[in-house]
Ligand binder design. Sequence first.
Ligand code: MG
Ligand code: MG
Ligand code: MG
Length: 306
Amino acid sequence: MMSKTYIFGHKSPDTDSITSSLVMADLETKLGNDVLACRLGSLNKETEYVLNYFDIEAPELIEKIEDEQQVILVDHNSPSESIDNIENAKILKVVDHHKIAFETSYPLFVRTEPVGCTETVLLKLYKENGLTPDKTIASLMLSAIISDTLLLKSPTTTEDDKDAVKELAEIAEIDYESYGLEMLKAGTDLSSFSIEEILSLDAKQIDFKDVKSIVNQVNTADIADVMEMKDDLEAGMEKIIEEEELDLFMLLITDIVNSNSQVIALGKDAALVEKAYGVKLADNTVLLEGVVSRKKQVVPIMTENA
Ligand code: MG
Ligand code: MG
Ligand code: MG
């Protein structure tokens, strides 16, 4: 008998990756498929808040898969962000909102759209299958869109995301603005994390052409709070730069209330930040006004200038 198909989002999972595995599992189950919602890492504070709020169990933590394990990828498709031995998997489906960064030797179902959140795509899939998410599922979907779009303020936000939020808020019977702000703020509580954990919470390995980089993003309601840890953060970043042989480590400390990011840039190619944004780093740091989206406001401009 074929084992269950595993559904998971990316490593260092965010609210979209966690909820999308749960939501995709709900959809697949309704379509008669045998699946299991999984995750590739521990929950962040924001996601913990969401799951507690709606009293939902986290997806199953997995670290490896067997040969030929059937999987569905959500909220990512790049092998570097996936499970370590993803090359052993048989990928059945991908539902995502990132650029395509993988190849297979076999055909599969791929649905990616340039929208703000995987859940916006998933809502379309429910509808296309003549289904409507129930109240709990709608609450999870809503939470992820608020998370990925920073309450519809990020430049990644599309009309489809706004429509989805309205529709889901109605099903979920939630005042999404007040709930969303509380949820985002819950995600900014760093008090229980070590420096190493803070530096890996939402870290992505991204190469800007030849510039081997990590871009880590930490949300906050007060940049000054996080900057109090600057010396320790820099020491931790230097260590990772050495271990991973990076050219650049960018730490974005994103103010979710005012929509700016303080960046700390270290590594031999730190000056790429100055070139890309027309700024000067002072003591390795500078405020990037209006920058909140790694995908739209960091990756393209850094790649272009590399
Ligand atoms: Mg994500
Ligand atoms: Mg996402
Ligand atoms: Mg994110």
